[in-house]
Design a protein around this ligand. Sequence first.
Ligand code: HEC
Length: 240
Amino acid sequence: MRYLGLPFIIYLVVIGTTIGAAQAPRSVWDGAYTDAQAARGRILYAANCAECHGASLQGGEGPALAGETFWTSWREQTVGDLLGHVSKNMPFSEDGSLAGTLPMSTYVDIVAPILRSNDLPTGTAELAQPSAVGVRIIAKDGPGELPATTLARVVGCLEKAGSGWRLVKASRPERVTPANQNATVAAAPLGDASFNLMFVLTRLDKYVGWKMTATGALIGEGGVDGINVTTVTPVAQQCE
Ligand code: HEC
């Protein structure tokens, strides 16, 4: 039994993972909602959201929820983030008193027509609060760079660059969200990107060669033109 036990457990884990992967959509392109749900959601949307966001989600008093605005706001986030934002902050009102007042099932159903209006496919299972978590909103051809001005975080090795500073061997920028803003980055892997750190107000001389993390708004898509730094924090004295 001692010798049979381990392979058997591994077997179960492998089967379990395979089944899990087949059921849960990983990205919006795997089909995160159903036709029936989008039809239901459409009616709820008309009653609760259309006055500000437009009958066909084109925008009005509130931003458009379809097209370019949708992709700029939500690309590289998850359907769970979208649902969280809507269910906490909408319907909008001056004093915030309407925010979060609808049942969660209503918010979930309303997200379905938002996905549909952005030409995202239907699937076999309805969207639910738990299944929305981790479903990535990415372009059809795969994850892309974060849009310019996104608040993001990178780790890298600090270098002097002229009169300024740069992180080299840096990771890809990760979007900072309320859920991960306090996450620890000590073990975060380095990468092969480099970023100019713009508008740094702290003296960093003693950290040259250290592993550092920088948070700030990306300048240019993916931070090609640097990061408008809000904080730079040392992670480790070596950079590896
Ligand atoms: C009274 C007008 C009003 C109503 C009703 C309303 N919204 Fe909004 N919505 C806004 C405004 C204004 C903003 C931008 C300010 C903000 O994000 O707080 C916004 C922002 C949003 C955003 C973020 C858009 C982005 O690109 O960042 C989403 C998503 C959204 N609303 C969805 C909804 C949904 C779904 C409903 C219905 C449950 C709804 N809203 C009802 C006015 C409204």
